[in-house]
Design a protein around this ligand. Structure first.
Ligand code: AMP
Length: 121
């Protein structure tokens, strides 16, 4: 599958549509989910054009992979939900059809601020 340049997160990265930004560096952009499922619901996306976690794992550079994982921790700290600063959270990536992925640009959901509940409904 080819990366779709018109997906909503690509537009956010190009600043064609706004987002409620939490954090940005060379590797990631993080912003609040428009339709929060928990008290805190943030998204962390890589700046590179990757469709999903499999595409990212296969094709991203080592720097990009480290940058994304470090970015998740930086955002969790900023939100006060990391395991050292707060009470923890769930990081979740939906992958393709059976994973329920709607936006075809890799993103991690960070859910927290309250007990997140059952892992799979
Ligand atoms: P997924 O089902 O894993 O692809 O999740 C896509 C997520 O993107 C959903 O939780 C949506 O609420 C969220 N979303 C869609 N459009 C926007 C937007 N413009 N800004 C922030 N979050 C968005």
């Amino acid at each position: 599958m080819k990366y779709n340049e018109n997906n909503i997160f690509a537009k956010i990265l190009r600043k064609e549509i706004p987002c409620k930004k939490i954090y940005e560096d060379d590797y990631v952009l993080s912003f609040y989910d428009i339709n929060p499922q928990k008290k805190i619901h943030a998204l962390v996306i890589p700046k590179g054009k990757y469709i999903d976690l499999d595409d990212f794992s296969l094709n991203a550079s080592s720097e990009e992979i480290v940058g994304l994982l470090k970015g998740i921790n930086i955002v969790a700290k900023k939100l006060g939900i990391s395991s050292d600063m707060g009470k923890g959270y769930r990081a979740l990536a939906n992958i393709s059809e059976h994973g329920g992925q709607e936006v075809p640009h890799l993103h991690f959901h960070l859910f927290g601020g309250e007990k997140v509940g059952k892992m799979v409904e």
